[in-house]
Design a protein around this ligand. Structure first.
Ligand SMILES: *Cc1c(COP(=O)(O)O)cnc(C)c1O
Length: 412
């Protein structure tokens, strides 16, 4: 190997690799980011200076609003949503801790897996049908067994099931003295979640989904009850980076843990600020109206949604793909011809369209539905695209007066 020059074979400038026109990201994340978020993400500042301290105080204050908590234990982590999941798990689950993991898809299984890896005694409650967990069945589990920690997702992005009765489930767990860890990576700020009122002990989110920030910087909040457990631990955590007591040095004591991802935190600051400006009330309405309109439009075209309404997630829409159609070919067609990207799924014959953050904008819905319908048709599906477009227009015009338009939203 020579030090004079990198063998240039095959290496081209980034411009040559990126598409000419940015793709509209309408899959299960990452999602488009607003201009303000993109601009903030281009800045580097001292990770321990006075400016950063002010930024961190504001990020925590805004995150408390978004999590709906007054907890003093809100913190971020340099890493994907999964790092925040692992941080919640490894700080609350010690070797031998009895854990109940409610598993109704890929991400809730990941929480069970993480709990097992840190030595928890994990009982997996597997729900194999496409439905949400019920408080009744959870009540039976708690009557039979003793658990110190329960893990559950609010929205199962993988198969588009939503645990809609989370509040009742949390109440049961709490009545049995069990801490509740909720993965809200795809749902936070897209639908109601009241950390304090519902008695949740750890809420996890990522940057690149509901919040419309960049991937790689995530947030989580622990309740006082969870923090008591964390403070009382005397064993050494195996995960140094994810040790919440060490992270508290940075997030609450203005001192050093590791070099914080400053640009990503600035981006998150802007994403949270946009949520606060919009208000959670309006943001939930926007997501619900946009998602429901898109769902109705897809059905009006003659296609079927994957999950029944009682258990259906709004933040990501799962659409059954007809047997004769290849989901991968549809996605490729959409990407190449229409510059719109959506997601396939792990193990299910479905396509998934995200309704998180900037994805839930009317202009994105029309473009996406048209691209989706015409690509499906090109790939052999029989459907009525004009009926779908008309239904979308009809649903959105019915709910338009209920929403406050967001003047700021410019997508990078
Ligand atoms: C995306 C997602 C995750 C994982 O987030 P990464 O940033 O990919 O690690 C976890 N849980 C849910 C519900 C998700 O949607």
């Amino acid at each position: 190997m020579t030090v004079e020059a990198l063998n240039p074979a095959g290496i081209v400038p980034l411009d040559h690799i990126l598409p000419d026109e940015p793709l509209l990201m309408m899959g299960a994340g990452p999602v488009p980011i607003p201009h303000r978020v993109a601009e903030a993400n281009s800045i580097v500042i001292n990770h321990l200076g006075e400016t950063m301290s002010r930024v961190i105080e504001q990020v925590k204050a805004m995150a408390r609003y978004v999590f709906q908590t007054t907890s003093g234990h809100v913190m971020g982590v340099a890493g994907p949503g999964s790092a925040a999941m692992e941080m919640a798990v490894c700080n609350l689950v010690a070797p031998g801790t009895p854990v109940l993991s409610v598993v109704n898809g890929y991400f809730s299984r990941r929480l069970a897996e993480m709990s097992t890896r840190v030595g928890g005694q994990v009982t997996r409650y597997e729900i194999s049908e496409l439905r949400c967990a019920t408080p009744e069945e959870l009540g039976e589990l708690f009557a039979k067994g003793r658990f110190e920690v329960m893990t559950i997702v609010q929205g199962e992005t993988s198969n588009t099931v939503c645990n809609k009765r989370l509040q009742e489930i949390a109440r049961i767990a709490r009545a049995h003295g069990c801490l509740i860890v909720v993965d809200a990576v795809c749902t936070l700020s897209t639908m109601p979640l009241q950390m304090d009122d519902w008695g949740i002990d750890a809420v996890i989110t990522g940057g690149q989904k509901g919040l419309s920030s960049i991937p790689g910087v995530s947030l989580l909040a622990f309740s006082d009850r969870a923090w008591d457990r964390i403070s009382a631990r005397t064993d050494l955590l195996s995960h140094w980076c994810l040790d919440a007591k060490l992270a508290d040095n940075f997030w609450n004591q203005k001192s050093y843990h590791y070099t914080a991802p400053v640009s990503g935190i600035l981006a998150l600051h802007e994403a949270l600020h946009l949520v606060c400006e919009e208000t959670l009330t309006q943001r939930f309405l926007r997501h619900r109206h946009c998602s429901e309109a898109l769902q109705a439009a897809i059905e009006a075209m003659g296609l079927q949604l994957f999950v029944a309404p009682e258990s259906r997630l709004n933040s990501v829409i799962g659409i059954s793909v007809p047997q004769t159609v290849s989901a991968d070919t549809v996605r490729q067609h959409m990407s190449h011809v229409h510059h719109v990207e959506i997601s396939g799924a792990f193990g299910h014959n479905i396509l998934r369209i995200g309704q998180m953050g900037e994805q839930s904008r009317e202009y994105n819905l029309f473009r996406t539905l048209h691209a989706f319908g015409s690509s499906m048709r090109s790939c052999g599906a029989e459907l009525d695209l004009p009926a779908g477009m008309a239904e979308l227009e009809h649903c959105l015009s019915e709910t338009a007066q209920l929403r406050v338009p967001n003047k700021r939203a410019r997508v990078a």
